[in-house]
Write a protein of this length. Structure first.
Length: 259
């Protein structure tokens, strides 16, 4: 059967190619720090809800590919804390869908993404050794990650706020985030379907773009193997900061009257 993608605008496919490659690199090499650019980029030419629906099947495919390389590099202690919180966040996102102002969500997540690197660089969060897993903090940040992931696929910053201070080995760090978002994204398929975001046109467009997913994942894996753990964390902070400002700007512009 010949696929008939829903989007005819060539600008969409240029932005989609960039977003998918960056997302794949981010997922497999940098713990998802830049993966949230997909929906904002696509939202330049289509509605944000439509962009989220198109990206979700691609994200699921990326997570499956990524898990093949990191299935033995997981922190199960952290995952047992994080996954229940993520489920609660997804449930809240489902209830709020259609009622929540997208501009305020982008602004809030952007502030979080910008604030964490600033705290790190200021030295206010400096500590003698790595932080230990915390059930209360893990449930809070994973809940926020699940909620933001449901609304705009940008759960990376809240999750990194919790994981990065623990200074995990880079493979454990990346593997844990890969499995976390694999579970989150596959669960999101159910409410996305019932909310109409996985209609035929969106799925067909996703399938047209799907061959780009492995390229981004493999490039990210290559970078992850050739970069030291310290460098991964430095880039994660930089990417958090840059993408955070992007979301703050997008949210602020949408809040302005007449914009």
């Amino acid at each position: 059967m010949r696929l008939q993608p829903m989007i005819a605008d060539p600008r969409f496919y240029i932005l989609a190619a960039i977003a998918i490659l960056i997302t794949g690199i981010s997922k497999s090499g940098f713990g998802g720090a830049l993966g949230g650019l997909g929906v904002p980029l696509l939202s330049l030419v289509i509605a944000p809800a439509e962009a989220a629906g198109i990206m979700l099947p691609i994200l699921c495919a990326m997570d499956v590919i990524g898990l093949r390389y990191f299935s033995r590099s997981l922190d199960w202690g952290n995952l047992r804390i994080l996954l229940p919180g993520a489920l609660a966040g997804i449930a809240l996102g489902t209830l709020c869908f259609g009622l929540l102002d997208q501009a305020w969500l982008l602004f809030l997540v952007g502030v979080i993404a910008v604030g964490f690197p600033l705290l790190q660089w200021s030295g206010l969060m400096r500590q003698d050794g790595p932080a230990s897993p915390s059930r209360s903090q893990g449930l809070f940040w994973s809940g926020l990650a699940g909620f933001a992931s449901f609304i705009c696929h940008y759960g990376g910053p809240p999750l990194l706020v919790y994981l990065m201070p623990q200074r995990l080995d880079k493979r454990i760090f990346v593997g844990t985030t890969v499995l976390f978002f694999l579970v989150v994204n596959f669960i999101k398929l159910v409410p996305y379907y019932f909310l109409g975001q996985l209609r035929t046109g969106n799925i067909e467009t996703s399938l047209v773009l799907l061959p780009l997913a492995p390229a981004g994942i493999y490039l990210g894996i290559w970078l992850q193997r050739h970069i030291r753990t310290e460098t991964v964390y430095v880039w994660a902070n930089i990417l958090l900061f840059v993408t955070g400002w992007k979301l703050v700007f997008d949210g602020f512009m949408r809040l302005l009257p007449g914009v």
